[in-house]
Design a protein around this ligand. Structure first.
Ligand code: SAM
Ligand code: DTB
Ligand code: SF4
Length: 328
């Protein structure tokens, strides 16, 4: 396999090395990614995370992809922070279906101290069900991260979304460096990092390469890397973005797998519009986690039973058997 000989296999990854990898003949790239995947993971196991939007809409940020931004007329109504009982019910349902991690998202620019106690209660309630916890609430200070760690939070999701250059064309209300600072605060507090981005926003291949290299060259790569395909929400500036060539999604996942061999790579938003065959190809390329449940934050995701059927047809089982559905 001559293509394997002239690649380095350690960070820091240069843009050129990642570019060369991204453009490998499809079968060479897939072979390499799947080989790396097998060295680090059971290729027949996929981890299941269920999402809940604990605070919908009304977000002051202007992320061009997001239906929850107050800047666009998307029909998403702003709601209040959910009560603990509602969150607990949803987490219990997710556990019953076999999810092992429960991710709570809020349409906030940043966590405010006045909401911290409520959030800490939610983390405790989900942990008490024996599930892993994940939050995505916007920017965090190092002190807030420390307190969330103390509350037992396992993961914090905070995406860099794309390359630095492209990011500046899709978000104007915060900087790429703000994202990196929050990631550093999360890492410093000892919380596991979930960080990825979105493909299909009209970014160039160069941007995808910059995005992947940035993730892989972080002081420590994220433990979890969500790769979202843009859900083109009506009313957002990106509602008419060109459809992504599905092979570019597979290439992005394959490169993420090679650059971050020990990280979980999550085939995230966009699965509702993907064929079973495309999803199977993504799993072959190294994706080993999905969002599981009929809703993402505001948009649809495949139903629990649809996913169970797909995974069953592929001979894939849930990655963590820590919580069995029948124990709910
Ligand atoms: N407000 C917080 C923040 O932005 O960090 C947390 C929630 S935000 C909705 C979480 C992530 O969802 C974004 O960073 C983005 O990657 C993803 N996302 C948002 N809208 C999306 C869309 N239409 N299609 C795909 N992914 C999307
Ligand atoms: C992530 O990377 N993708 C999830 C989660 N982290 C929070 C969100 C996807 C949102 C898709 C659009 C929506 O449903 O509003
Ligand atoms: Fe707000 Fe997050 Fe949506 Fe940006 S992605 S508008 S920060 S909810």
């Amino acid at each position: 396999m001559p293509e394997q000989q002239h690649f380095t296999t350690l960070p820091p990854w240069s843009h050129e090395a990642v570019e060369e990898m991204y453009h490998l003949p499809f079968n060479d790239l897939l072979h390499r990614a799947h080989s790396v995947h097998r060295m680090h993971f059971d290729p027949n196991r996929v981890q299941l995370s269920t999402l809940l939007n604990i605070k919908t809409g009304g977000c002051p940020e202007d992320c061009a992809y997001c239906p929850q931004s107050v800047h666009y007329n998307t029909g998403v109504e702003a709601g209040a922070l959910l009560e603990a009982a509602q969150v607990e019910r949803a987490a219990l349902e997710a556990r019953t279906h076999g999810a092992t991690r429960f991710c709570m998202g809020a349409a906030w620019r940043q966590l405010r101290d006045r909401d911290l106690e409520k959030i800490i209660t939610l983390v405790g309630a989900v942990k008490a069900l024996g599930m892993e916890t994940c939050l995505t609430l916007g920017m965090l200070t190092s002190e807030q991260a420390r307190q969330l760690k103390e509350a037992g939070l396992d993961y914090y999701n905070h995406n860099i979304d794309s390359s630095r250059e492209f990011y500046e064309s899709i978000v104007s209300t915060r900087q790429y460096d703000d994202r990196l600072q929050t990631l550093a605060n999360v890492r410093e507090a000892g919380i596991k990092v979930c960080c990825g981005g979105i493909v299909g926003m009209g970014e160039s291949v160069r941007d995808r390469i910059g995005f992947l290299a940035t993730l892989a060259n972080l002081p420590e790569p994220p433990e979890s890397v969500p790769i979202n395909t843009l859900v083109r929400a009506a009313g957002t500036p990106l509602e008419n973005a060109d459809k992504l060539d599905p092979f570019d999604l597979v290439r992005t996942i394959a490169v993420a797998r090679i650059l971050m061999p020990s990280s979980m790579v999550r085939l995230s938003a966009g699965r509702n519009d993907m064929s079973d065959e495309l999803q199977a190809l993504c799993f072959h390329a190294g994706a080993n986690s999905i969002f599981y449940g009929d809703k993402l934050l505001t948009t649809d995701n495949p139903r629990f039973d649809q996913d169970r059927e797909l995974l069953g047809r592929l001979g894939v089982t849930a990655a963590s058997e820590a919580v069995q559905p029948e124990s709910a």
